[in-house]
Design a protein around this ligand. Structure first.
Ligand code: G3H
Ligand code: 13P
Ligand code: ZN
Length: 320
């Protein structure tokens, strides 16, 4: 059984003298260079090592983000400890961010534990309730100097326990009011990207760059965030299916197409599903090709190397 009951203050004391960047700093870097920072969802050592070593080789900053599901899987102290080890091993700036925080309490807990950024996802609430909870998190985050990401509109797909059948696009006419009244650092927008590997019913979905442009015109100084930005890498889906998997009707938007959002103000790009697909694809291939192997270091090492190559490609496309 995994021990998750190390006192959180102990973890905080360990973290607080170390140099995690805030997401705000990284977004400033992205704005200045007209690039985006990639935010990768991580939940184990191999993923953290793959992502951080790839970024170190490319030489660009990254955001490591942790979902409620990741916390439930690995436990906060393990995740924070792994990130702490990672920041000591690389030269590039790294921020630690809570992905899709669904309550004030979870945001507070992560901020207290040393996270340098949180997302409060009030997108399922009424407009006024979204503003109230987001402002409360922003006020608390000021005490630690951390950044806060809010969301307006609803992104399709499965995110934590919430399933959205369809996108509810962000309404450009309210974004300026929302940013002013909440004080968020950045805003996640819904323009047609979707969470998960089964985002779309057919290939070649379109993004609403027209809506993105209208949003950018309303809040030109607020960095925008694209969730659901995995491309559902066709090569990895093929590899999974070739080696016994059954991933059918999985389509995404190509990286070059997603990159068109960057000149329109997108400064943070969230990627989770592509890491999962890459990890799984290599494991399946490895087990098929090496039926006599049983050392986790062999197959996890191969999966980690495969994820690292994927991350390098993403960083070259979005951040370099
Ligand atoms: O947007 C949601 C992320 O992909 C996190 O997914 O809750 O399964 O860790 P998870
Ligand atoms: P994907 O499922 O497209 O990787 O999206 C991840 C995400 O938005 C995390 O917040
Ligand atoms: Zn998301």
């Amino acid at each position: 059984m995994i021990c998750t009951n190390i006192p959180i203050m102990l973890v905080y004391n360990y973290m607080k003298n170390k140099k995690l960047s805030t997401v705000a700093e990284l977004l400033q870097w992205a704005t200045k260079n007209n690039r985006a920072v990639c935010a990768f969802n991580v939940n184990n050592m191999e993923l953290i090592q793959a992502v951080t070593s790839a970024a170190d080789e490319i030489g660009v900053p990254i955001i490591l983000q942790i979902s409620k599901g990741a916390r439930n899987y690995a436990g906060m102290p393990f995740l924070v400890g792994l990130v702490e080890s990672a920041i000591q091993s690389v030269k590039i700036p790294i921020a630690l961010h809570l992905d899709h925080g669904d309550s004030f309490e979870i945001c507070k807990e992560c901020l207290d534990a040393g996270f340098t950024s949180v997302m409060i996802d009030g997108s399922h609430l009424s407009y006024e309730d979204n503003i109230t909870i987001t402002k409360r998190v922003v006020d608390y985050a000021k005490k630690t100097g951390a950044s806060v990401e809010g969301e307006l509109g609803q992104i399709a797909g499965i995110e934590e326990h919430v399933v959205n059948e369809k996108s509810l696009y962000t309404e450009p006419s309210v974004v300026a009011d929302y940013v002013k009244r909440t004080g968020v650092t950045s805003l996640a927008v819904s323009i047609g990207t979707a969470h998960g590997a089964f985002k779309y019913k057919a290939p070649n979905p379109t993004l609403r760059f027209d809506i993105l442009e209208q949003i950018r015109d309303q809040i030109p100084n607020t960095p925008l965030v694209l969730h659901g930005a995995s491309s559902v890498t066709p090569g990895d889906v093929e590899l999974i299916n070739k080696h016994g998997g059954k991933i059918k009707n999985a389509y995404g938007i190509g990286e070059e197409n997603l990159a068109k959002a960057i000149p329109l103000g997108v400064r943070k790009i969230n990627i989770d599903s592509d890491l999962r697909l890459a990890f799984t694809a290599k494991l399946r291939e490895y087990f098929n090709q090496n039926p006599e192997h049983f050392d986790p270091r062999q197959y996890l090492g191969a999966a980690r190397a495969h994820v690292k190559e994927l991350v390098k490609r993403k960083l070259e496309t979005f951040s370099q």
